[in-house]
Ligand binder design. Structure first.
Ligand code: ADP
Length: 398
């Protein structure tokens, strides 16, 4: 059947983001979000082309939000859904790719919950509710971690005693895999290589930020680790700090683990450095007006990003290009310029005019002559989830 329909669902503890995707189409037929679930203010917002609407959800439980989605889909779909694709944050070592959801897969997602205590249980709630409402079609789980399961042991192991890995699963997993996979595939197409080919550095810069090195469609290393706190400076997350910081804060300030987790996840990053905001747009404006905290935050963000990318480059035999994506990567000419400026060692040279004049939301190349490609590529994780879901349905069963 051609042009099949897939409902893509990203379920959090109090929200469900969704997109109704049609095979081969770059834009969703409809997309939106049910939010403030399990509160009296629960609502469903959606848009489809020019139409948009917000309505209250009388009973704001996940299941009634799914039932409201079903009614919406019946309004816009000219054929039955072929699958529901669910974003799941942590697949641990169990999942190296997309999986058709059955009881065993749900148990395995549950078993990985200690690695993502906020996310996996919420993802499972969404899966349960969706399987009740969309009962007759396959449901597929797509994991943020799966793309990075190709990392070699020398990239994913921490220098800790073996038992912590072999018994307790303490290792680097990486996240944002769906986005890094999507943009590196697009990069191959944009540069005339076969789909998935090429030697790429990828920077996904949103509220969460991660870098990744990809060779011929396989992730070889990435900046996030056991949890999405490791690596780059992010909106409110610190990224890498000295691992002795916990002990230091406990000894000198008497802080307990929840207080330190709050500090590193919610009060640090661009927000902590600037003392102003976690939002790059606001920081760019404040920097231009001479705000020293905003200036420092942007400098540290770009330097640490460049340092991470240069480090990851050691995994490659050559460099075909660097990709910027995510809200900051796609929109901030300043961040791209400052970052590339630190990367002359990789032969990267920016075309300043192309960098600043790139239209919003459009993919483009911004390198100078003689430089590996520097590409700005809008990410589309929902499209990747829809495509992987359909590819799995088409795969011959072994
Ligand atoms: P999320 O990780 O939540 O999906 P996004 O990918 O939407 O986040 O990225 C959010 C970040 O993108 C914010 O820091 C925001 O300020 C930044 N951003 C969005 N538009 C611009 C812009 N025009 N210039 C600079 N930064 C921008």
């Amino acid at each position: 059947m051609e042009n099949r329909l897939v409902l893509v669902i990203n379920c959090g503890s109090s929200s469900i983001k969704f997109a109704l995707r049609q095979e081969g189409q770059s834009l969703p037929l409809a997309s939106g979000m049910a939010e403030r679930l399990a509160t009296p203010q629960a609502s469903l917002k959606w848009r489809a082309g020019e139409q948009q609407q917000e309505s209250a959800l009388a009973d704001g439980e996940h299941r009634s939000a799914m039932a409201a989605l079903l009614a919406l889909i019946e309004q816009f779909a000219d054929q039955p859904l072929s699958a529901v694709g669910h974003r799941v944050v942590h697949g641990g070592e169990h999942f190296t790719g997309a999986s058709i959801i059955d009881a065993g897969v749900m148990d395995a997602i549950q078993a990985n919950a200690p690695l993502a205590p906020l996310h996996n249980p919420a993802n499972l709630n969404g899966i349960r509710a969706a399987r009740q409402v969309f009962a007759s079609i396959p449901h597929v789980a797509i994991f943020d971690t799966a793309f990075h399961q190709s990392m070699p042991a020398h990239a994913y192991r921490y220098a800790l005693p073996n038992e912590l890995y072999s018994v307790h699963g303490v290792r680097r997993y990486g996240f944002h895999g769906t986005s890094h996979q999507y943009v590196t595939n697009q990069a191959s197409l944009m540069t005339g290589l076969a789909m998935g080919e090429g030697a790429w550095l990828s920077a996904h810069l949103g509220n969460g930020c991660s870098s990744c090195v990809v060779l011929d469609g396989k992730s070889l290393d990435t900046s996030m680790g056991l949890t999405p706190l490791e690596g780059l400076v992010m909106g409110t997350r610190s990224g890498d700090v000295d691992p002795n910081l916990h002990a230091h804060l406990a000894r000198t300030l008497g802080w307990d683990i929840p207080r330190i987790e709050q500090l590193l996840n919610r009060e640090s990053g661009l927000l902590g450095l600037s003392g102003l905001s976690n939002d790059m747009r606001q920081l760019e404006q404040a920097r231009a007006e001479g705000h020293s905290g905003a200036h420092l935050a942007v400098e540290v963000f770009c330097y640490r990003l460049a340092r991470s990318l240069a480090g990851l480059a050691v995994a490659l035999p050559r460099l075909d290009g660097l990709i910027f994506t995510g809200g900051i990567g796609e929109n901030s000419a300043l961040v791209r310029a400052l970052t590339v400026n630190h990367l002359a060692i990789l032969g990267l040279k920016l075309n300043a005019e192309a960098n600043t004049s790139l239209p919003r939301g459009i993919a483009g190349a911004i390198q100078n002559i003689g430089s590996p490609a520097i590409l700005v590529i809008p990410t589309d994780e929902e499209r990747q989830i829809a495509e992987e879901s359909l590819a799995l349905l088409d795969a011959p069963t072994s």
